[in-house]
Design a protein around this ligand. Structure first.
Ligand SMILES: C[S@@+](CC[C@H](N)C(=O)[O-])C[C@H]1O[C@@H](n2cnc3c(N)ncnc32)[C@H](O)[C@@H]1O
Length: 401
């Protein structure tokens, strides 16, 4: 027989079939039950992608890291705090064995095999160390994987270790090689949190062991992301480190809700503020009086529980009660919710709607931006655009629409 690829005679070379490959299938999991065994990094590889595929996800694990805990708290998945039981495999379409204990994952896989249930088994693959020994801080954008940068995605694909936050676009993790180690270091407001010093240590130790480490965060690492501290820690430890900026939620979340944070003729600036402490807290260094009269769009992050105090402070410093305000929760994600109001109503509106973090509040004329109501500007001097929406700030005229 002649070799089909080389055409040389049988005496010289016989035909060897190429090695067997798995068959790849894309399955529609929308609304279908999937069970994930494990609550750590191995499980995290799948959880984000399963949720992005709109699967109905149940995690079964006695312990869970911050991100699974957070997703369960936000009602995005169900977490049952117990061990694997064969009954868990009834009525599900897919099982993920990701307990990080090889014997348990093996038991789950065998039980699935007996039931002819597809099972993805995580343990067994060897962790790969490339010898690169460096850290890359990657800003992952506001949550939708399509809003990651190409450079960020390339860095993830080249990583040996990914140290992930809960607000990063976790669905991309499922596309990484099985040898990539995923470490969950999420921080849940008022909940589970990995101390920053521990995160710094994890980055440095893995890089010093020869790994290409990606620190994978939501938004941009340098906007309320503690990226600066991680950069300093790496430099101090002599670990090579680089930064890949991300699309910040501060601008992208309003944008995806149709709100430009600046608009020609209306607002000449935008101020981004952390609302993690209320205005009267000794830890607050923000000048709310200046904010109330600065005339820029105000964008508040980490300000769901503090919104009543923030609105009250701005009103107290003379900002117009009718100033438009909007809060957007889970921006860019399937479960995105938007609540519109005014400075005087927004805190109550958000509470009534039951919005939960992560959320962004925009205060200022652009917050009720309505492109359909806006005239198309024909000349740069055309004042008509400005007349359509209200100027921001204290003592400002409210222009009727
Ligand atoms: C610790 S800060 C990190 C900000 C991040 N570094 C960035 O540039 O977007 C977390 C806050 O960002 C905001 N945030 C992040 N992702 C969001 C999203 N998808 N929807 C709404 N707000 C989001 C929320 O205010 C959340 O509490």
């Amino acid at each position: 027989m002649s070799d089909v690829r080389t055409g040389v005679g049988a005496a010289e070379l016989s035909f060897e079939p190429s090695s067997r490959q798995n068959y790849w299938a894309r399955v529609d999991l929308a609304g279908r039950a999937v069970v994930v065994f494990g609550g750590g990094g191995a499980a995290l590889r799948h959880v984000g992608a399963l949720l992005h595929a709109a699967a109905s996800v149940t995690v079964i694990s006695r312990e869970a890291e911050a991100t699974v805990d957070d997703l369960a708290g936000r009602g995005l998945l169900t977490w049952e705090q117990r061990e694997f039981d064969e009954g868990d495999l009834e009525h599900v379409w897919l099982a993920i064995a990701a307990t990080e204990v090889a014997t348990v994952d093996g038991r789950i896989a065998r039980a699935c095999e007996q039931r002819r249930l597809w099972c993805i088994r995580e343990s067994g693959g060897e962790h790969h160390v490339s010898g690169v020994g460096r850290v890359t801080l990657v800003g992952g954008g506001p949550g939708d994987p399509g809003l990651m940068t190409i450079a960020g995605l390339d860095a993830l694909r080249a990583a040996d270790v990914v140290v992930a936050d809960r607000l990063a676009p976790l669905s991309v993790l499922a596309g990484l090689g099985p040898a990539v180690k995923i470490i969950d270091v999420g921080k849940v407001p008022f909940g589970k949190a990995t101390p920053q010093e521990r995160i710094n240590r994890i980055l440095i130790e893995h890089a010093q062991a020869g790994n290409a480490v990606v620190r994978f965060k939501g938004g941009d690492s340098f906007l309320f992301g503690r990226g600066g501290e991680e950069l300093i820690a790496c430099v101090a430890a002599g670990v090579p480190v680089s930064v890949i900026p991300g699309v910040t939620s501060a601008f992208a979340v309003p944008a995806c809700a149709g709100i430009p944070v600046t608009h020609r003729g209306v607002t000449q600036g935008v101020t981004v503020v952390s609302g993690h402490v209320p205005p009267d807290d000794p830890a607050s260094t923000v000048d709310y009086e200046a904010l109330a009269r600065c005339g820029t769009t105000l964008v508040f992050l980490m300000a769901v529980s503090t919104l009543p105090a923030i609105a009250e402070a701005l009103l107290g410093y003379g900002m117009a009660p009718e100033t438009a305000a909007v809060t957007i929760a889970d921006g860019t994600l399937a479960q995105q919710r938007t609540v519109r109001g005014t400075l005087s109503t927004i805190a109550k509106d958000v509470a009534v709607a039951g919005l939960m973090p992560p959320a962004i509040t925009v205060i200022g004329s652009v917050a009720d931006f309505d492109p359909a109501a806006m005239p198309h500007r024909t000349s740069p001097d055309d004042p008509s655009t400005a007349a359509m929406i209200r100027p921001v700030g204290a003592n400002s005229d409210i222009t009727s629409r």
